[in-house]
Design a protein around this ligand. Structure first.
Ligand SMILES: Cc1cc2nc3c(=O)[nH]c(=O)nc-3n(C[C@H](O)[C@H](O)[C@H](O)COP(=O)(O)OP(=O)(O)OC[C@H]3O[C@@H](n4cnc5c(N)ncnc54)[C@H](O)[C@@H]3O)c2cc1C
Length: 391
């Protein structure tokens, strides 16, 4: 039966309320609840990145060990806890069985917070720790999550009395194309020549996947040389293919990397402060960060136009012919060409956002047509229009 927005849903696994395997819809209502208004459709920055009061490129002067980039998120969490701003942090630890699998945690010591750094690139049941926080009577809580966690968190707080009175602080990561835990090693094995020794993994701005191994060696794989089978909708989760919130726009502060210039030594990050609470969180580590202005170079539109062809009647057959995985050498040449002549900085994120929104729109249209009006935000139609795509 078609769910109505805001309805409590129980998923096939029998989880309800705190289940992250079932995403609620994107909702402009939620945006108004957090910010007092929806994003302005005519403001192109808001349309792409969501509402923010401040955006910048940054890095921690002294990066923490075992984190994803320079550890801005973990550093904020540590300070928020140590200064008493919050009593605990809802986040993830690594599983003992598999380095990249997440274990939800309610971190209540500095050590537990430090141990939470780094990506676990699979769907995670982060919000299950809310129950623990409630049962311990915690009133000031920091939650770190992907877009699906944050959308559900905002909805829970609106609807459920037991967290209504909690003073919540929310840090988000931009996020896309997460995988189901059961498929992760299968996919990873196809990407890396030695997946068991990888300790750091990210899709980077130079159009290659960076895999850092335990001995420090960097393996790179061009996006265009990834085996096609691993991007099938069956392996990637349907909930990620139905997501239109790349920049995690309902947070107090979002911390990513893809809007920052690429430098594999400096590991610059991209920060979007969205609310007063986000400003409070930023100021906790202000003295420990180096700041840089955002940059934007190149023009994404020819690349997005090329990508969009596969969703047109005339372009679909041509795209099908070209859809194989390229040999590595050719893949590197194309990646290098796109990186040196294509979009960088903010223009790179716009490229990533537009291609994902277009792809996800057509995924929803083909697989869940009855949910289009619930799942798809208004600004997506502007992007379809801009590339002459049919809604
Ligand atoms: C699947 C995935 C896709 C991502 N895609 C992008 C992207 O396209 N563009 C971009 O700019 N950034 C993306 N990120 C975010 C990026 O990898 C970094 O987490 C971010 O830049 C913060 O870096 P940091 O050094 O400050 O993080 P850290 O200080 O290491 O903190 C990272 C925090 O994220 C939490 N975390 C890790 N994995 C997950 C997960 N699966 N779900 C919820 N929370 C998690 C950790 O527990 C930790 O609290 C993605 C992250 C994930 C997990």
């Amino acid at each position: 039966m078609r769910p109505v927005h805001g309805q409590r849903v129980v998923c096939k696994r029998g989880h309800s309320g705190l289940c992250i395997y079932h995403r609620l819809a994107w909702s402009a209502e939620q945006e108004s609840l957090v910010f007092g208004r929806e994003r302005y459709q005519d403001n192109s920055d808001e349309m792409f990145f969501g509402i923010s009061t401040k955006r910048f490129v940054a890095r921690m002067k002294k990066p923490l060990p075992n984190i994803q980039f320079t550890g801005i998120i973990t550093s904020i969490a540590k300070k928020a806890f140590e200064t008493g701003l919050v009593e605990a942090v809802v986040t993830l630890h690594r599983s003992k069985e598999d380095y990249f699998l997440p274990v939800p945690v309610l971190a209540r010591t500095t050590e537990e917070i430090l141990a939470s750094g780094g990506s676990k690139p699979v769907l995670a049941q982060t919000l299950s720790s809310l129950e623990k926080a409630c049962s311990k009577g915690i009133k000031r809580l920091l939650v770190i999550g992907a877009s699906c966690h944050v959308q559900n968190l905002r909805e829970f707080q609106r609807r459920f009395p037991y967290i209504k009175d909690m003073d919540l602080y929310v840090i988000g990561i931009p996020c896309t194309d997460n995988v189901h835990p059961k498929n992760f090693r299968f996919i990873f094995n196809k990407i890396s020549h030695s997946h068991e020794t990888v300790r750091h993994y990210e899709f980077m701005q130079d159009f290659t996947v960076h895999l850092r191994h335990i001995d420090g060696a960097l393996e790179r794989v061009p996006f265009f040389s990834l085996p096609k089978e691993i991007s099938s909708a069956e392996l990637l989760t349907h909930c990620c293919r139905c997501c239109f919130d790349y920049c995690n726009s309902l947070t107090d502060i979002t911390v990513g990397y893809s809007g920052a210039p690429l430098d594999i030594e400096k590991m610059y990050q991209w920060v979007l402060v969205r609310t007063e609470k986000g400003e409070q969180l930023r100021s906790l580590v202000a003295d420990e960060m180096e700041l840089f202005p955002e940059t934007s170079e190149g023009d994404r539109t020819p690349l997005v136009r090329q990508y969009a062809l596969r969703y047109t009647k005339d372009g679909a057959a041509e795209a099908m012919k070209m859809s194989g995985s390229m040999p590595l050498e050719q893949g590197f040449m194309l990646a290098e060409h796109m990186y040196t002549t294509g979009p960088r900085g903010l223009e790179f994120v716009r490229y990533a956002i537009e291609t994902h929104l277009i792809r996800n729109y057509y995924f929803v249209k083909s697989n869940y047509p009855h949910l289009i009006s619930i799942l798809v935000p208004r600004h997506v139609y502007r992007i379809l229009d801009a590339y002459d795509l049919k809604a």
